[in-house]
Design a protein around this ligand. Structure first.
Ligand SMILES: Nc1ncnc2c1ncn2[C@@H]1O[C@H](COP(=O)(O)OP(=O)(O)OP(=O)(O)O)[C@@H](O)[C@H]1O
Ligand SMILES: [Mg+2]
Length: 477
């Protein structure tokens, strides 16, 4: 259903429009006689197209057409003018970035075709916007031939853009698929970089809201007023600097999804507004006394435990219950090391493709170090590590230990086998010395036998380290 606002006093024109654009053909028509009533209707409803029949006093800088450019960014405009005022019509069309202008008399058939074409164009440009946004991510799809979240190659699974192999992630994805099929709010918890936003997008794209927009808003570090106007919109003049009306994400995403990142950070005062929206779908733009409605699914994310905040009294319990229709927990990467090899391979191929380089993969000792490193920044940190390694790796070769960043190369690797391989019946002193040798060997390898770095890492003097190397007869392999 497309909503067309027709602003005209001309009876012949409104008649032609109503017979050209019938409800049966999927049009909802809103008629207004003058510019002011057009502006106030625009504040209330989401309009797809404006047919604007120009009167003499409509040429001001703040007419409904000009305003809609800022408040209804996806709305298209058509100017209609008298035959003897075509140059004014053309100018208005230009100034307000309208699609085209028509001179009267306008035939019914003409309206039908022009409106249809304009809306087709609007749809194409909407899709183009979405596709451009997705383009970066779609590079991912070239790497794995995605098949509906199924297993793709060698135990690798995908859920939209999420790549995983661990049973823990498989569990989260299974829950997320159930959540997607309902319209309920979802609360995603997870440390930074664990893929919360990616999961939120996957849920949106697997829900029946897929053809409506998804908008994201970070709630952290934003003042209440700024957050309010981002989400609920504002009217022109509501505060200094509000030079135009703003629709607000809740209304812009009507029928779709809004992703609220860092939702734990909203103030107690703002929590009330959010709760009202979740309960009633009420949207009251800043500076407006009208209450409007929007049907939006909320997916919220937090890297803090909201449950604990509720216990401490810093987050409203009622809002928490509303948000967590479904509650999903993304485990930190260090707790799902099975994902590290597949993510590494995925990012190697992705970034090798980006820089146009052939990289065969990573060596097993690199993988081992990645598996032992605790990744405080989770998948984001792994992604940027791989991106950097691919950039410095040689054409046609493997990513090897020398390409690893120092902090990861320095990670101690507890080699269970080595440590256990101590002949039985030996004294504690022998066992400790054996372990010392293992630690020294690993550290020397990790730092490519740079003895100053190894000494610093192990808290030894250079001479102390040199003595131990000599005593154990360690040699560069
Ligand atoms: N399972 C995954 N498969 C592929 N890429 C992933 C995966 N998880 C995370 N990423 C990538 O890691 C980066 C961080 O992901 P995302 O932004 O979704 O994390 P986040 O949890 O929202 O982080 P933050 O808490 O910092 O906002 C992104 O570039 C994303 O593409
Ligand atoms: Mg995020």
């Amino acid at each position: 259903m497309s909503t067309v606002l027709i602003k005209s006093k001309d009876k012949a024109l409104t008649l032609s429009a109503s017979s050209a654009l019938s409800e049966l053909d999927g049009y909802r028509l809103i008629f207004c006689e003058d510019d002011n009533s057009a502006k106030s209707r625009l504040d209330e409803v989401n309009v797809d197209l404006i047919l604007y029949d120009v009167d003499e006093d409509d040429f001001g800088p703040d007419n409904a057409l000009a305003r809609s450019r800022l408040s209804h960014t996806a709305c298209w405009r058509i100017v209609i003018c008298e035959k003897n005022e075509m140059s004014c019509g053309a100018q208005l069309c230009e100034d307000t970035a309208s699609y085209l202008y028509l001179a009267k008399p306008v035939q019914e058939q003409q309206i039908r075709i022009v409106v249809k074409r304009a809306l087709e164009h609007a749809e194409l440009s909407r899709r183009h916007r979405i596709l451009s946004r997705e383009l970066k991510l779609s590079l991912d799809d070239e790497i794995f031939n995605d098949e509906e979240g199924g297993s793709v190659q060698g135990g690798v699974s995908r859920f939209e853009r999420l790549v995983y192999a661990s049973p823990k992630m498989a569990e989260v994805v299974a829950e997320a698929k159930v959540a997607a099929s309902t319209g309920m709010p979802v609360l995603i918890r997870g440390e930074t970089g664990t893929g919360k936003e990616l999961l939120a997008r996957a849920i949106h794209f697997n829900s029946d809201r897929v053809n409506s927009p998804m908008h994201s808003q970070n709630c952290g570090g934003v003042s209440d007023d700024a957050l309010y106007s981002e989400l609920f919109g504002h009217m022109r003049g509501a505060f200094p600097g509000a030079i135009a009306d703003r629709l607000g994400l809740f209304r812009a995403a009507d029928g779709g999804t809004v992703f609220l990142d860092e939702v734990s950070e909203v103030s107690p005062h703002f929590q009330v507004a959010l709760l009202r929206f979740l309960q009633e779908g009420e949207v009251k733009p800043l500076g407006s006394d009208k209450t409007l409605y929007s049907n939006v699914r909320i997916i919220a994310a937090s890297n803090r435990s909201i449950e604990e905040m509720v216990e401490k009294g810093s987050f409203r319990r009622d809002l928490y219950y509303r948000l967590r229709g479904f509650q999903l927990e993304l485990p930190p990467l260090r707790d799902r090391t099975d994902d590290i090899p597949v993510l590494t391979q995925f990012f190697v191929e992705k970034y090798a493709g980006v820089v146009g380089r052939r990289v065969l993969g990573v060596t097993s000792d690199v993988l081992k170090r990645l598996e032992y490193y605790p990744f405080p920044g989770n998948v984001r940190e792994l992604e940027s590590e791989v991106q950097r390694m691919v950039a410095v790796a040689e054409q046609g070769g493997y990513v090897a230990l020398r390409h690893l960043s120092e902090k990861i190369a320095r990670t101690p690797i507890e080699n269970g086998e080595d440590a256990a391989f101590v002949p039985s019946g030996v004294t504690l002193k022998d066992k400790v010395e054996h372990l010392e040798q293992v630690v020294l060997t690993k550290a020397l390898e990790a730092f490519h036998w740079n003895q100053s770095k190894v000494a610093e890492e192990l808290g030894l003097s250079r001479v102390g380290l040199a003595n131990k190397i000599k005593r154990y007869g360690l040699r560069k392999g």
